[in-house]
Design a protein. Structure first.
Length: 180
């Protein structure tokens, strides 16, 4: 072979075929089934007990954290809630849609009564809190709620819980909190 002469590669077609397969496998995928959320059904609403199993950061909430719970037991279906330390209230709900078991991201919003909740730790006054929730379609153990853990949280009046999927409100439940 002379200097500067290009020699044809016998394996070039094989290299091109392998490269084509790699590119095709990178971009080829099985189309994912579209998630559809029809509605949220309330299964239980009212007072419950639970064991605290941990805490997680929850920016946008009154305390900045959320409790992780286990052994949840609803003991009274009601929309009237006594503002006493240790009281837990909320809803157990079902996300109705397809496919069953698919994860969806909801946004939990609590609309709080005037004059709002003033956190003495940071001085912020909250009239509304918001945080994302990851829930599975068809899970009958989906719970969201609130617990009165500190004196400054015990504000009487209407507390409205909303669950949103994007710009669509799927649930609105108002509890009347009262001083016993």
């Amino acid at each position: 072979m002379r200097r500067g002469e290009v020699r044809p590669m016998k394996s070039m077609p094989r290299v091109l075929a392998i490269l084509a397969l790699l590119i095709a496998s990178t971009f080829a995928h099985t189309p994912a089934q579209a998630q559809t959320v029809e509605r949220i059904d309330i299964l239980q609403a009212g007072l419950y007990t639970a064991a605290v199993t941990g805490r997680a950061p929850a920016p946008g909430t009154t305390t900045g954290t959320t409790q992780l719970l286990g052994d949840i037991q609803f003991y009274q279906n009601t929309d009237r809630v006594p503002a006493t330390i240790g009281t837990r209230f909320g809803v157990n709900y079902l996300v109705v849609g397809a496919p069953e078991g698919a994860m969806v991201e909801l946004r939990q919003v609590w609309k709080l009564p005037a004059p709002g909740l003033r956190n003495p730790g940071n001085g912020n006054v909250y009239r509304e809190t918001s945080r994302p929730l990851q829930k599975r379609i068809g899970d009958r153990n989906a719970l969201t709620g609130y617990s009165f853990d500190d004196e400054w949280e015990r504000v009487p009046g209407p507390w409205t819980l909303e669950l949103w999927l994007g710009e669509r409100r799927l649930l609105s439940k108002t509890f009347t909190v009262f001083k016993p």
